[in-house]
Each structure stands twice: as structure tokens, then as C-alpha cells.
Design a protein around this ligand. Structure first.
Ligand SMILES: NC(=O)c1ccc[n+]([C@@H]2O[C@H](COP(=O)([O-])OP(=O)(O)OC[C@H]3O[C@@H](n4cnc5c(N)ncnc54)[C@H](OP(=O)(O)O)[C@@H]3O)[C@@H](O)[C@H]2O)c1
Length: 299
């Protein structure tokens, strides 16, 4: 059995990965770590209610389990919240990674850490794993610092960088681009969507599959994980409306300068996926196809 701890097992990626791994209970022993109660809607795995910013508790639980892998999905993911609360962002997004790395150094535990396109400034776009980061936001900076902790350590690790993740799991603490656009348009509400920021959205099931590929093949290093389509967020909203047969006219464009967001967003990210396709055997697809697959799970 491969023992796997998933931090943030109540989150979007966390729940998706729990569900994916539990399809093979003979092979994977899954341990979920998350705040509050288990919100995955299933109790056929080992769940620990834990605030992972409590260092001693986190480290002693890991020492007791001695996992083969830890997938660190827990993070402060709201970009403006990180800008407004830098200390809390530092603890969860940076310090926790250091504490996990310290445990891994003693336990021979492989760390799979989730990072972001926001480590880049969004000028060049189509980033390779080797491109030089230049974060514009505190969130991006915190994620870059977490990557550097792993890069400068001697532990076995894999960093999966991803972009604008969407999907649906049992009980969600926050929404995402696809569910938000779908819900607002279904309710006949007008929405404003930014037309000068470009992303390659990622279906959470594909990101979970990438985590499983890393576990199965023990692949190390940094990998980009997203769909293969770079679109403006406005075009993303239009494609969501088309897929779910909703009224596109309710979507009104707005520019970044009019939006007045607290944290600065990179204008154009997107990934070069060559490395993850060839080494990880990751198979990205166009956003429109991913959306269709997602739609079929909702029926
Ligand atoms: N979502 C995106 O668009 C995106 C894009 C690029 C990268 N990423 C990265 O991908 C990873 C997964 O993102 P996600 O969308 O799955 O995030 P998410 O849905 O917000 O899940 C994170 C989970 O971690 C839990 N958590 C937060 N603080 C905790 C603590 N102190 N102790 C224990 N658990 C804690 C949260 O609990 P509560 O539910 O109780 O809050 C939540 O369930 C993150 O590392 C994120 O930075 C995400």
C-alpha cells in the first residue's frame, strides 16, 4: 500500500484527489488533513481534522503516519486576501511547506506541492518550467517562496504549477470561474468579466490525475498542468455560456484598469506543456472539451 497524506482534503483539488485515489483502495491508503469536519461526503478514508498551521500537531501527525507521499493542496488561495493578510499568507503558504520539508527530510516522504502561474509577471505568456519567475502579488510571491524551500532542500519533491482551477466536489467552501458564470447566467444576472487577462483554465480532475501520475511514477521536478488553450477570461466566460446554453449577452466586458482589484494580476500567463506531456505523460485537452466532460458529470 502507498500511504498518501492530502492536506486541504476538503478543498476542490483535495476532494477530487481523495475520490480518484479511493477508486483503488488496494493500492492507496489515503489520509486527509483539513480544517473542521470532513466535507468530502465519504468516510471510507482516514480523515484528521487539523489546522496545519499548528506546527507541532502537523509534524507529530506526519511522524505517526509515516506517509510515502504528501500532497500539499492546502493554501491561502484568494489573491486579494493574501495581499490584505500577509502574515496569515506567509504561515500557510510558506512556513507550513518548510515544516513539511523538515519532516520529509527525516521520513523519506515525497512531497507533491501545488503552485501557480501567479509566480510569473504575465508579460511573456506560455511559460516553460524553466522561465524566470517575477510575481506581482503577495500570493504569487508566497508560492514562489514555497517552491524555493523545496528547490533548496534535499528532499524528494514534485511541484505542479497550475492555472485557474475549476470543477465541482461534494461540499465546497468557495466557487470557481465555471460554477460562478454558470450560476449567475442561470439566474439571469448580468456579470462583468475581465477582457485583458489571459489564462489556460484547468479542470480539477486533470490536476488530480497529474498528482496520481506523479505518485505512480515517482516523477520529480517542476511540471506545468493546465488545459492547452489560452483564452481571455471574457472568452472563457463565453465558452461556458455556449457549453451550458446560457445567454452570452449577460456577459459584459471590463478591463483590468476598471476592475480596481487589490492585488495585481499577471496579464497573460498560460503554460508550455511540452515537459508534462513527454515526462509525466499528461494529456491536456482544449478547454471546450474539458468543459463538455465537466458538464457530463453534472447531469
Ligand atoms: N484554485 C485555483 O484557481 C488555483 C490556481 C493555481 C494554483 N492553485 C493552487 O492549487 C492548490 C489547491 O487549490 P484549491 O482550489 O483546491 O484550493 P481550495 O479549494 O481553497 O482548498 C484548500 C483547502 O485547504 C484547506 N485549508 C486551508 N487552511 C488550512 C489549514 N490551516 N489547515 C488545514 N486545512 C486548511 C481549506 O479549508 P476550508 O475549506 O475550511 O477553507 C480548503 O479545504 C492550492 O495550493 C492553490 O494555491 C489553485
Amino acid at each position: 500500500m502507498i500511504k498518501i497524506v492530502i492536506t486541504g482534503s476538503n478543498g476542490l483539488l483535495g476532494q477530487s484527489l481523495v475520490n480518484l485515489l479511493l477508486k483503488d483502495k488496494e493500492k492507496y491508503a489515503v489520509f486527509g488533513f483539513s480544517r473542521g469536519k470532513n466535507r468530502s461526503g465519504r468516510n471510507d478514508f482516514n480523515f484528521t481534522s487539523i489546522d496545519i498551521t499548528k506546527k507541532d500537531e502537523l509534524q507529530s501527525k506526519l511522524h505517526a503516519i509515516k506517509p510515502d507521499f504528501i500532497v500539499n493542496t492546502a493554501a491561502m488561495t484568494q489573491v486579494d486576501a493574501c495581499e490584505n493578510n500577509k502574515e496569515a499568507c506567509d504561515v500557510l503558504n510558506v512556513e507550513v511547506v518548510k515544516w513539511i520539508t523538515d519532516v520529509a527530510a527525516n521520513l523519506n516522504m515525497h512531497i507533491i506541492h501545488i503552485s501557480t502561474d501567479f509566480i510569473f509577471d504575465g508579460i511573456k505568456g506560455f511559460y516553460k518550467e524553466t522561465d524566470i519567475p517575477n510575481p506581482l502579488s503577495y500570493y504569487g510571491l508566497s508560492k514562489l517562496k514555497s517552491e524555493e524551500i523545496l528547490q533548496n532542500s534535499k528532499v524528494t519533491f514534485t511541484i505542479l504549477r497550475t492555472i485557474l482551477v475549476y470543477g465541482k466536489v461534494f461540499d465546497m467552501s468557495r466557487t470557481n470561474i465555471v460554477l460562478w458564470v454558470k450560476q449567475m447566467l442561470e439566474e439571469g444576472k448580468e456579470i462583468t468579466v475581465v477582457n485583458d487577462q489571459y489564462r489556460m483554465p484547468t479542470y480539477v480532475e486533470d490536476l488530480a490525475l497529474a498528482c496520481k501520475l506523479v505518485i505512480d511514477n515517482k516523477v520529480q521536478g517542476v511540471f506545468n498542468i493546465s488545459s492547452d488553450t489560452l483564452l481571455s477570461i471574457l472568452d472563457i466566460a463565453h465558452q461556458i455560456a455556449e457549453t451550458f446554453h446560457l445567454d452570452k449577452k449577460l456577459i459584459k466586458p471590463i478591463s483590468t484598469s476598471e476592475l480596481n482589484q487589490t492585488a495585481i494580476r499577471p496579464p497573460k500567463t498560460g503554460f508550455d506543456l511540452t515537459k508534462s506531456k513527454s515526462i509525466l505523460n499528461f494529456k491536456p485537452s482544449p478547454f471546450k472539451e474539458d468543459l463538455q466532460r465537466f458538464k457530463e458529470t453534472l447531469i
